[in-house]
Design a protein around this ligand. Sequence first.
Ligand code: ARG
Length: 458
Amino acid sequence: MKLWGGRFTKETDKLVNNFNASISFDQKFFRQDIRGSIAHAKMLGASGIITQQESDEIVQGLEGILRDIEEGRLVINDEYEDIHTFMEATLIERIGDAGKKLHTGRSRNDQVALDMRLYTRDEVMNVDGELKELMAVILRIMKDNTETYMPGFTHLQKAQPVTVAHHFGAYFEMFCRDRSRLSDIYNRMNYCPLGAGALAGTTYPLDREMTASLLGFNGPTLNSMDSVSDRDYLIEFLSALSTIMMHLSRFSEEICIWNSNEYRFIELDDAYSTGSSIMPQKKNPDIAELVRGKTGRVYGALVSILTTMKGIPLAYNKDMQEDKELTFDAIDTVKGCISLFKGMIDTMKFNTARMEDSAKKGFTNATDAADYLVKKGVPFRDAHGIIGQLVLMCIDRGISLDELPLSDYKSVCPEFEDDVYDAISLKTCVEKRLTLGAPGPEIMAKVIKIYEEYMNKN
Ligand code: ARG
């Protein structure tokens, strides 16, 4: 069922109808469609384009439709072309002639531009809320683990000792940037396209400021052709969602590594792991793997819309209908991933003894041993060479630098004294790293305080 039969003499081919229709997916924003129509009807009444009574009838009719859909009394009929058509037809069916005036000074082109913007704007806030909850869990883990030692890696090789708080703090930073990107997008997209008409505005004296303000926008958009054909905000949003997924995917990869039999740094909660149908011993990190896997799907949405938009001449073209399914899917995917990821890390346990033991092995204190010599006056480059020789000696004997006798230290460099053992202990290595942003618990406490203030303010 359609709104535009007048100039046609033949029925549309059934396959064309199916190919063209969007109601199977654009019904997702029925609330936004009604909200936009209510604002439009109020403005038409206030501007004297329709009577106040007609405006009131339309608003009440639309409110009734909203209630009935939400309470299950009205089912969206997918024989209509799209949600806009369904709403208008249902309104006319319910209130008669006044309903036929709703579409005055409006086109589905500015209507869909508005609906999608309203829908996305809400979802930007929802994703932001999910991220904030995830960050609260990360911060809790940080506070509990300022002295939980673990190896820090570069090239996936043990490098220097860090703490769990420090490692998780890196992700706090990433998600903090993600939230700030969402806030930028929100501010940039928050302008109202309603009143652009099909592409060239309208001759009715629409009050675009009024609809913009009724719908919570900063103001109306300033070019009607751009208003109906701009999908930049979706591209930006999908790009921000892709970056969130990239961060979650890296984190997931670490969870998989830490959960492996070789590492055993963490133990995932039974509620967040799965088993194997054949191997009884298995406890797999499927949630982390799925989050990592679904990243591709969100990137796909971004590339898809970039490609769809690149060849579209001004103004509206039907290609743009393709913006919806992939955006909806990406949003739902990201929200689901953040929420599950949050539950997974909130319930997992750290195998602290194993992490500490691992940090002790692998010469993560070699830099500190070189720094010890520097403090005794040896130039850093020479100290680097000396410690390199000692590491080789330890590797030969299968021991760590902490276990090497002082006589061996002295045989390579007479500057070594008994205090070397304290200088290269794991505790010293971490505690003395006190530059801002480093893992030393004293400086970490300051950063955690900054993060707490951020969580209270944002
Ligand atoms: N279903 C369309 C979309 O999603 C709505 C706009 C239709 N406009 C038109 N002139 N056919 O883009």
